[in-house]
Write a protein that binds this ligand. Structure first.
Ligand SMILES: [Zn+2]
Ligand SMILES: [Zn+2]
Length: 424
């Protein structure tokens, strides 16, 4: 029996050893497997975190870039309306949401940096229309300079980002008057309005003939003076001046002041004939040798002639008011052989009575100047760019587009403002 017991014990021990051994192997496997699992988990976790961070960063960057693009898009292209002044009739200008213009072939869209108020706009505001220039309801304003934001197909000489001054009109280049160098009298003068707005469409003809690049050193609001200055230079040159001439300028409005400044720069002795106190100082600052401010036309004529040798009268008298009385006054100011320029446009249907005897026997030249030509516009911008012309002195105020009505009301009340820059 003993053999049997021993064998049994031996078998039992082996079984136990086997169990222990198997158990240890299993345990090691479990631990090893566990460690692997932990490592894997940790590693996978790291990878996942990195991926999340990288992907996240990419997503954020993409969102920012997309956001920026969206903002830019909205600013320039995304919206299809803009703020603009619309003339509806007499003293009725409203700021409205209107479609942003699109550039057709040959055209430009310009973002308006500054639009300037002008005596003509004031006249239009009062009368509610301008037979030649604007018929309501219509976009309003005609003096501006800005930056090209869209270039129509086939438009030559301009790119987006260019700083430009686009004039308010362009001649046809084909009619009798254009052929004779009198483009200001063109039978088919094309006018463009809409300067009091965020953006303005420049028609192909104006792009081709009367849109000028603004030199980098010239502020755009100064460049916007090109149009009125072109009219002033044209009127002055048409009066056949010589340096040293005595020139009387009737009217202390923006154009009267511009003409007198141009005449002073040319070397003429200027007598400014003004009506309002606020114009006296401006006339002096812009180069008038004398300023006559009289209570009546008769007195103004006497005072002006008294400033010339032997009361002879001035060499040139330029009328820049646009009323018949001032036209007659101008004729009374000049010497024998002198020149009168009826520069200010009067209301339709008005007339003047002139002393035929004096005009004939005193050999007086009567002439009138309207508007500008492409060559004169270039001359005007050159004068602004030269730095000799005091452009800054003509812009006496700034206002937002929303304030346009208030600005015109102020101008109607004869404030001392010369021009206000309207910034959209
Ligand atoms: Zn104007
Ligand atoms: Zn023409």
């Amino acid at each position: 029996m003993a053999g049997t017991v021993k064998a049994a014990i031996l078998r039992g021990r082996k079984t136990v050893e086997t169990v222990v051994e198997e158990g240890r192997k299993k345990a090691e496997k479990v631990v090893e497997g566990g460690l692997n699992t932990v490592d894997t988990v940790v590693e996978v976790g790291f990878n996942t975190v990195e991926t999340v961070v990288v992907e996240g960063r990419k997503k954020v960057e993409s969102a920012v870039s997309l956001g920026r693009k969206t903002v830019e898009h909205v600013l320039l292209h995304g919206r299809d309306t803009m703020q603009a002044a619309v003339l509806h009739g007499r003293e009725d200008v409203r700021i409205e949401q209107v479609p942003i213009p699109k550039a057709e072939a040959g055209e430009l869209i310009v973002r308006v940096d500054a639009a300037l108020t002008c005596g003509t706009d004031l006249k239009v505001f009062r009368r509610g229309y301008h037979a030649r220039m604007i018929v309501p309801p219509a976009l309003f304003g005609h003096e501006q300079a800005g930056t090209v934001i869209e270039v129509g197909e086939g438009t030559e000489g301009f790119a987006t980002g260019d700083r430009v001054v686009a004039l308010n009109s362009a001649p046809c280049g084909q009619c009798y008057f254009c052929a004779h160098g009198q483009e200001n009298l063109c039978d088919d003068l094309l006018f463009n309005n809409g300067a009091y707005a965020e953006f303005i469409r420049i028609p192909a003809r104006i792009v081709a003939m009367n849109t000028l690049h603004v030199p980098e050193h010239v502020p755009l609001e100064h460049a916007a003076l090109t149009e009125p200055l072109a009219c002033a230079v044209h009127g002055f040159e048409d009066s056949s001046p010589h340096p040293g001439d005595t020139v009387a300028v009737i009217g202390g409005g923006p154009l009267g002041l511009m003409i007198l400044h141009v005449a002073a720069l040319y070397g003429c002795q200027v007598i400014a004939v003004v009506k309002h106190d606020g114009q006296v100082e401006a006339a002096r600052q812009l180069g008038a040798a004398h300023v006559v401010k009289a209570s009546s036309i008769r007195q103004a004529i006497r005072d002006t002639r008294a400033l010339t040798e032997k009361n002879r009268g001035v060499d040139i008298a330029i009328e820049a008011v646009g009323v018949p009385d001032a036209w007659q006054e101008a004729v009374e100011l000049v010497r024998k052989g002198g020149t009168v320029n009826f520069f200010g446009g009067c209301a339709l249907g008005t007339h003047v009575t002139l002393d035929t005897n004096r005009i004939h026997y005193s050999d007086i030249t009567l002439r009138a100047t309207f508007h500008h030509t492409p060559a004169i516009c270039r001359k005007a911008l050159d004068l602004i760019a030269s730095g000799r012309f005091q452009a800054g002195a003509f812009i006496t105020g700034h206002a937002h587009l929303y304030e346009l009505n208030r600005v015109f009301e102020k101008l109607m009340n004869r404030s001392s403002e010369i021009k206000t820059a309207i910034v959209p």
